[in-house]
Design a protein around this ligand. Structure first.
Ligand SMILES: Cc1ncc(COP(=O)(O)O)c(C=O)c1O
Length: 387
């Protein structure tokens, strides 16, 4: 089955009512025929739904689709992308373990590594996106995980999944990729050796700015650990959100394709504009890792970043001039969203850390939506040019 067919046709078994579209199973628990069935279910001798913190027909449908779309073996769905990240690390790491991670990661993931992991005696060493050749020197005898995002948030830098997959294998590290910016439609890290793939489903997977969600998929034996940790600590996705997100997956391919077409047009427009210093978009030939992006991604994604001439003041003026696009923290919505990462999503990073990951004062992130590309470009143009 092709991607689009899996995203539509993988479905929870129909009930006696023969509904066409999967109904919402809004129930916290499930009932048993007798004491023996209940005992055997809790003892995991029988595989079935017990309680929606563990599993539910709606979350199972959503997870099964992501598993199929990523080429994974198994998965578990979470309330948010951050709970997927936290629970995955929480399940796999012990006190005294070490993580090697790319420095360019989502702000809350950075906070997790630098503020909370040290409390549990877990250390993280960072490598910069352009210093991949130094990763081996960071690996220690207690290193357990190699972690990265590609494209990165917000800088849309690209890391070579094939190269890093081989490196992780050579050093017996668990290779975990946050695939949120690419979605399973554009990129499948498991093909390149990722053991686990994490998504914030809040972004392009929902795609309409409605619900929060997260998911981790990958190798069965690792997911088993993640599941047991999560079943006992409680970060499960709600059945309602799973129902919404499973419907969203039915249109993921067509939505993401149009997002990418619009984003490429926006990137090309910005590249020509005299008020703009620098534009980064993985499928622009000027992107430092254009060839790697072409190798591992089907299209360039929906995030375009650019640096406006005039630094922080010009950046603020640009945002204040915006008329149609939204000023919001989310991304991957039908609506185009413009943000200023250094004062918002990555505001907790020190100035030094911001500059180290390329987040300058004038950096603007555009999450290109599904409005007409003419209207998106018109709004960006008037905001750049209005005094
Ligand atoms: C790359 C990336 N990973 C993880 C997250 C966290 O996801 P959530 O907001 O669903 O917790 C985000 C949120 O923006 C993100 O951009």
């Amino acid at each position: 089955m092709d991607f689009e067919t899996k995203a539509i046709r993988l479905q929870t078994e129909r009930s006696q009512f023969q509904e066409h579209s999967t109904p919402l199973y809004l129930t916290s628990s499930f009932i048993f025929e007798d004491a023996e069935e209940m005992r055997a279910s809790f003892a995991e001798e029988i595989e079935r739904n017990l309680y929606s913190r563990f599993s539910n027909p709606n979350t199972a449908e959503f997870v099964n689709k992501i598993v199929a779309l990523e080429g994974a073996e198994s998965g578990y769905a979470f309330a948010t992308g951050m709970s997927a990240i936290f629970s995955t690390f929480g399940a796999l790491l012990n006190a005294g373990d070490h993580v090697v991670s790319c420095r360019s990661i989502f702000g809350s993931t950075h906070t997790l590594f630098t503020k909370y992991f040290p409390k549990w005696n877990i250390e993280t060493s960072y490598f910069n996106v352009d210093e991949v050749d130094q990763i081996e020197s960071l690996i220690q005898s207690n290193t357990k995980i190699l972690y990265l995002e590609t494209p990165t948030n917000p800088g849309v830098d690209i890391l070579d999944l094939e190269q890093l997959g081989k490196l992780a294998k050579k050093h017996h590290l668990i290779f975990i990729v946050d695939n949120c910016f690419a979605t399973p439609y554009l990129q499948n890290p498991i093909e390149y050796g990722a053991d686990l793939v994490i998504h914030s489903a809040t972004k392009l997977i929902d795609g309409q700015g409605r619900v929060l969600g997260g998911v981790t998929v990958g190798k069965r034996e690792l997911i088993k650990e993640v599941y047991l940790f999560s079943r006992n600590t409680g970060p499960a996705m709600s059945p309602f959100n799973a129902w919404v997100l499973s419907k969203s997956l039915e249109t993921l391919a067509v939505r993401v394709e149009r997002h990418c077409e619009n984003a490429l047009k926006v990137a090309k427009f910005l590249e020509e504009h005299q008020q703009v210093n620098l534009v980064k978009y993985p499928f622009l030939k000027s992107h430092r890792s254009y060839e790697i992006a072409k190798k591992q991604m089907k299209m360039g994604g929906n995030i375009v970043v650019f640096e406006i001439k005039g630094g922080i003041d010009a950046g603020r003026k640009f945002l204040n001039n915006i008329k149609m696009c939204s000023l919001s923290a989310n991304l991957g919505d039908t609506r185009t969203i413009v943000t200023h990462p250094s004062s918002t999503t990555h505001g907790k990073l020190s100035r030094e850390d911001l500059l180290e990951v390329g987040i300058t004062d004038g950096l603007i992130r555009v999450s290109v939506g599904l409005e007409s590309s003419n209207d998106i470009i018109y709004d960006l143009k008037q905001a750049l040019e209005n005094e």
